[in-house]
Design a protein around this ligand. Structure first.
Ligand SMILES: NC(=O)c1ccc[n+]([C@@H]2O[C@H](COP(=O)([O-])OP(=O)(O)OC[C@H]3O[C@@H](n4cnc5c(N)ncnc54)[C@H](OP(=O)(O)O)[C@@H]3O)[C@@H](O)[C@H]2O)c1
Length: 389
């Protein structure tokens, strides 16, 4: 993350990184001129900045006047670390479309000011998707300002911290499960495989499927997380290497009624070869790589469907409708178990390294107003760096 070949960024007395000659973002598209009465003049944010071929990241104090334009100003109570947040810190990534950028593709917060008739001051809201944390300042900051169309009121009965555990990962898991159900897959149809099961999307998919009565088999690369996945509701847990690897065969044993795949690559190819006749795979991710080498046989011989899942551009009405179904969708105790760790902005470098190295179990929450956080142990097995995404 840190720029090699140039002087290490200096820390000020509070430990914040001073990474630029001007603390303010310079990209005109990110800079609104809306001055919000009642906001402090500055706020803390975790900023990622491209410097030539390098990426420099750290906590900076930004002028509040530099919040982006938008209808709704939010005090960020919670964010969470997603794989995409890790990707924006990788030199040469094609995910971040703004520099300097405040990452954080999801947030839960309290509305401080609103120009929208449908969003009230004091309301607790969820924001994720669209350009958040990619081309518009995101959740790794004490304040955010976004268009009203991105804002989802917190569903009644959902606690804000648990909503952050769900976040974009849970929304994606829910989209995947709902699309499999729309395909006709029901509890009793047969086993449903979840790949990348110990990560954010995977953990939330395992537990959501189990809560809805499905027979869930979890695939994980972490031998240490079998008990965790069983506690989330998996009937069985298999190692990542146990998926059918006989790539010389165009079809494998008909095993899965359906699958939620957030890994892609060779894993998705193996899953497609082993789905039962008429089954479906909901594919959302690429932690195992963006390439998919397969044949048409699963589709034309077994009537298998490959369903693409995108949570970023979900239309506002559908986004709100899906969130309204998420209160109570997971048992509270399960969501609490999934919160692997909680970090402040200063703890983000460790957390982002962990997500990039496949070292996350469940979700890492971010508390932008929290105190110093200890870096997350990222000693999990490494994997190739992410591709474009
Ligand atoms: N389409 C969408 O709208 C959408 C929305 C959210 C996320 N995503 C994508 O979904 C994926 C998961 O996101 P996340 O936030 O849940 O990430 P995460 O918390 O880091 O989980 C990813 C999991 O993938 C598995 N994995 C890691 N490296 C792997 C490898 N080399 N081969 C196979 N499996 C590997 C690991 O689980 P195990 O160790 O248990 O195998 C890891 O915990 C990412 O690609 C993300 O970009 C897409």
């Amino acid at each position: 993350m840190h720029a090699a070949g140039e002087p290490a960024p200096q820390r000020d007395a509070t430990g914040r990184l001073n990474v630029g000659s001007d603390d303010a973002p310079t990209d005109a598209s990110s800079v609104g001129d809306v001055r919000q009465p009642g906001l402090p003049p500055t706020f803390d944010a975790f900023v990622v900045e491209r410097r030539g071929e390098e990426v420099v990241a750290g906590v900076r104090r930004l002028p509040t006047a530099k919040l982006p334009a938008g209808d709704v100003t939010i005090r960020v109570d919670w964010s969470a670390v997603n794989y995409k947040d890790g990707m924006v810190t990788v030199p040469g990534n094609r995910v971040a479309r703004l520099s300097p950028l405040v990452p954080g593709v999801d947030l839960v917060g309290t509305v401080l000011a609103s120009d929208s008739p449908t969003i009230a001051t004091g309301q607790v809201v969820v924001v994720h998707g669209n350009d958040l944390g990619i081309a518009h300042f995101g959740g790794f900051a004490q304040f955010a300002r976004v268009p009203a169309s991105w804002v989802v009121p917190l569903p009644t009965g959902l606690d804000p911290r648990r909503a952050a555990v769900i976040g974009t990962a849970g929304f994606t898991a829910a989209l995947s499960v709902f699309r499999l159900e729309r395909h006709g897959i029901r509890p009793g149809t047969g086993p449903i495989l979840v790949t990348g099961a110990s990560g954010g999307v995977g953990s939330l998919a395992v537990s959501l499927l189990a809560a809805r009565g499905f027979d869930v088999v979890a695939s994980t690369g972490k031998a240490s997380e079998h008990a965790y996945l069983e506690a989330l509701g998996a009937r069985a847990v298999i190692g990542r290497g146990e998926l059918d690897q006989r790539t010389e065969r165009v079809l494998g044993p008909e095993t899965w009624a359906g699958a939620v795949d957030c890994v892609g690559g060779a894993t998705l190819a193996s899953v497609l070869r082993t789905v039962r006749y008429g089954g479906a795979v909901a594919a959302s991710g690429l932690t195992g790589g963006p390439d998919l080498v397969t044949t048409v046989y699963p589709f034309i011989v077994r009537d298998v469907s490959l369903i693409g899942i995108d949570s970023v551009q979900t239309p506002a009405d559908e986004r709100r409708a899906i969130w309204s179904q998420l209160a109570g969708a997971w048992p509270d105790a399960v969501l609490d178990r999934m919160a692997m760790d909680e970090v402040g902005l200063a703890g983000l470098p460790g957390a982002l390294a962990a997500v990039l190295h496949g070292g996350v179990r469940g979700r890492i929450l971010v508390a932008p107003w929290g105190g110093d956080a200890s870096p997350v142990d990222n000693g999990a097995p490494g994997r190739p760096g992410p591709g474009a995404g």
